[in-house]
Design a protein around this ligand. Structure first.
Ligand code: CAA
Length: 382
């Protein structure tokens, strides 16, 4: 695939931002578990947070190919920053507002999200509704001039920080995916409580929270689309999210490969650099092949999205292949580094912990394969 000058420029701008502003502080951020708010604001200043949305709505007007290159560059430096700033803020929340919002909703919320003046969160999962979100229990009941939300959400990235939470709720209990609505809820709404989820394996600089709704009132102007549109809205956003996450996983593989090549040339055993040992060369060759395959799958998914062609098959292939390849790459990178690979002082152990997170969120590897199976066989296993 030939990249255009504009696509290459987006990658170069994002890469130099990532190397300057993000990579040097990754370990310190993970230790502090600090939310990357000022990085999001700086990203916004460079225009990188306005992504693949038309300029008429305040977007950067880049295409999806450029967007995945941006996600590769940022995700390769910090999967946590990628999670907060790109896949959640842009792919999940901004996409929903852009595609399903009224003119008023777009004009009100998109500039706030693109500038990171408001932080967004996407509240779909519940503790008993993860892979099967249509089984959610949180309800939205009609009252005068709006809706009242009761229930809870779990695993919500940016949940503690978010000013604007896209909450999915049952508006017609019993109808599963046909009875779900999507609501834009203020983070400081009376009746909403939030609790950070502690002790995750990785993605430490990305906040994850549980949200509790006790009679939270939202006006009619906060409903996105129609009351039964929620599931379609979630799936539309997830298609962008899964593409972006595949790209971040490519970034992780590339970072593992770069770290391994540098280390293998430098580290001496049996009187020569370990790069000269055959088993080390096999590790690097496998990693490079996975990297290229994952990148091409991701670019093809993005190209199809740009062309307006059905892309679900390509998106789920890219998501499961790239995130699992990132887990393999990080695991191999630890082996190649030997004992020091097991230390936080070297970046590779962190990539393993973060890559596992990417293989779980926005639909696990198994869910991606079942969506692909349904696409290929025409039979649903859900
Ligand atoms: N784009 C647009 N609309 C879509 C779509 C897509 N790619 N895929 C499905 N839809 C629409 C369908 O058209 C359908 O509407 P109609 O009936 O009117 O045609 C509606 O959405 C329902 O779709 P399905 O029939 O596919 O529904 P399903 O119940 O069979 O879905 C499933 C099964 C695909 C497994 C779905 O439950 C699923 O995606 N599960 C995984 C959930 C998930 O990814 N959770 C992630 C949580 S968010 C997160 O992780 C964010 C974070 O913090 C980082």
């Amino acid at each position: 695939m030939q990249l255009s000058e504009a696509q290459r420029m987006t990658y170069e701008t994002a890469k130099s931002f990532a190397e300057r502003e993000i990579r040097p502080h990754v370990r310190e951020r993970a230790n502090d578990e600090s939310f990357p708010l000022e990085i999001m604001r700086k990203l916004a200043e460079t225009g990188l947070l306005a992504g693949p949305f038309p300029e008429t709505h305040g977007g950067a007007g880049i295409d999806n190919v450029s967007y995945v290159l941006l996600c590769e560059a940022i995700g390769g430096a910090s999967p946590s920053v990628f999670t907060a700033a790109l896949t959640v803020q842009l792919s999940l929340v901004s996409t929903a507002v852009h595609v399903f919002g009224t003119d008023e909703q777009r004009a009100r919320w998109l500039p706030e999200l693109f500038s990171a003046r408001k932080i967004g969160a996407f509240a779909l999962s519940e503790s008993n509704a993860g892979s099967d979100p249509a089984g959610m229990q949180l309800t939205a009941v009609r009252n005068e001039g709006g809706w009242v939300l009761n229930g809870s959400k779990f695993w919500i990235s940016n949940g503690s920080q978010a000013d604007l939470i896209l909450v999915f709720a049952q508006t017609d209990t019993g109808k599963r995916q046909k009875g779900i609505g999507a609501f834009l809820v203020d983070g400081d709404s009376p009746g909403l409580e939030r609790q950070a989820i502690a002790d995750k394996l990785g993605l430490h600089a990305s906040n994850t929270a549980a949200l509790f709704f006790d009679g939270v009132h939202v006006g009619d102007d906060r409903l996105l689309g129609k009351p039964g549109d929620g599931f379609k809205i979630a799936q539309t956003s997830l298609e962008s999210g899964r593409t972006s996450t595949a790209a971040a996983a490519v970034g992780i593989i590339q970072s593992c490969l770069d770290a391994c090549i540098a280390y293998a040339k430098h580290r001496q055993q049996w009187g020569k650099p370990i790069a000269a040992h055959q088993l080390i060369q096999e590790m690097v060759a496998d990693m490079a092949t996975d990297c290229e395959a994952a990148r091409l799958l991701t670019l093809e998914a993005a190209r199809k999205r740009d062309a307006g062609e059905p892309a679900t098959k390509n998106v789920v292939m890219a998501k499961h292949f790239a995130t699992e390849a990132a887990v393999r790459a990080a695991r191999t990178a630890i082996s190649l580094h030997g004992g020091v690979g097991y230390l936080a002082e070297y970046p590779v152990e962190g990539y393993l912990r973060d890559a596992i997170g990417l293989s779980l969120y926005e639909g696990t590897t198994q869910i991606q394969k079942l969506i692909l199976g349904r696409e290929l066989l025409g039979v649903s296993a859900f």
